[in-house]
Ligand binder design. Structure first.
Ligand SMILES: [Zn+2]
Length: 347
């Protein structure tokens, strides 16, 4: 039989033994947008044994210039990204085990979805989830590969617990909200995504191959328009006694997991570049989507599939998932979104 991985195994750093390691490796991809979906495809083609694909959103037409895993049909059918990705990746490599999850990653489900893997991939679009991943990584000693992109610039760093600095050594507190929503105004170039996602996949493969070079302690900043890559050494923020006492990094030195313990973070989240707010479910459990669709049909236009019900009452579009989570389009004001949700879906 033809050997799918022949050329990959011929690369000396992989070999038979490396390929065997990859085939047993377990990875979770947090966020299946531009970066996450491309990293997932790269790892899938490399023969990673198990991948969990987590995403809270559906495919839209304006994703397609950079989210190369998805098709126009996915967008027209309003398919959740993790479900669409599951189907495309299964066709690309049927030998690997894939687990699609249509949920938002929060402190409530972080341990359930991220603690049983060898590496975590940051495909998120917000700082809050990155701090959550960082907390989980430090607590469960699981390496993660961060990346972010705006315009044609991006950054990436592999965080390996007890070896490198962590995300909170790099950035002790989340930046102010007004700085966090820049990807809308700056846009993003698909070709740049390809470079940074491939670098992220590269780092993950080094980690999974258990190579010494994995997690070299550098943040890499890519300016792909200018064609420049900067390497910045990020030291661990260790405790020190002199000249004045410094307690060191709150996460990887003090072991305080503010995000994982739910002490920091919000339940309504403005979605970057979407003109939308996501409302977290209040823990009331699974919704009967068919029943909800039937009720809403009396009030306005309803479209539905197996994963969500979309209710249009312009200027608002409310999409409700089976887990009770909702995305309200037509506002970036969390209070207004809550009001709309309470009015049409239920308080
Ligand atoms: Zn740290």
């Amino acid at each position: 039989m033809e050997d799918r991985y022949r050329r990959q195994k011929a690369f000396i750093e992989v070999g038979e033994s490396g390929q065997a390691l990859l085939s047993k490796a377990r990875v979770v991809i947090c966020g299946m947008g531009a970066l996450g979906a491309m990293v997932a495809e790269r790892l899938c083609r490399s023969g990673i044994g198990f991948m969990r694909l987590i995403d809270r959103d559906w495919v839209e037409l304006d994703n397609l210039p950079r989210q190369t895993l998805y098709t126009t049909r996915d967008a027209l059918e309003i398919r959740p990204k993790s479900i669409a990705a599951f189907e495309h990746l299964s066709a690309i490599n049927p030998d690997i085990l894939l687990e699609p999850i249509v949920e938002d990653l929060t402190h409530l489900n972080a341990e359930k979805w991220m603690s049983d893997v060898d590496c975590i991939i940051d495909g998120t679009d917000n700082f809050e989830t990155r701090y959550l991943i960082n907390d989980l990584s430090a607590r469960c000693r699981i390496p993660w590969v961060h990346a972010g992109i705006v315009g044609a610039s991006g950054q990436s760093m592999a965080f390996v617990p007890a070896k490198t600095a962590c995300f909170r050594c790099l950035l002790p507190e989340p930046p102010p909200v007004e700085q966090m929503q820049t990807c809308d105004s700056a846009g993003v170039l698909g070709a740049a995504v390809g470079v940074i996602a491939s670098w992220q996949a590269m780092e993950a493969i080094k980690i999974l191959l258990k190579k010494e070079i994995a997690g070299d302690g550098f943040l890499r900043v890519f300016d792909l328009w200018a064609g420049e890559v900067r390497k910045i050494r990020v030291p661990r923020n260790l405790a020190s006694e002199s000249p004045v006492f410094q307690p060191g990094c709150r996460t990887c030195v003090q072991y305080q997991f503010d995000f994982l313990d739910g002490k920091m973070g919000t339940h309504a989240r403005v979605l970057c570049g979407r003109g939308a707010v996501q409302l977290q479910s209040s823990g009331r459990g699974h919704l009967d989507l068919a029943l909800l669709a039937k009720r809403l049909r009396k009030e306005g236009q309803v479209t539905e599939n197996a994963f969500l019900v979309r209710f249009t009452h312009l200027p608002y579009i409310v999409s409700v998932f089976a887990d009770g989570r909702a995305i309200v389009q037509g506002t970036e004001n969390p209070d207004e979104a809550r009001k709309i949700y309470a009015r049409w879906i239920g308080g």
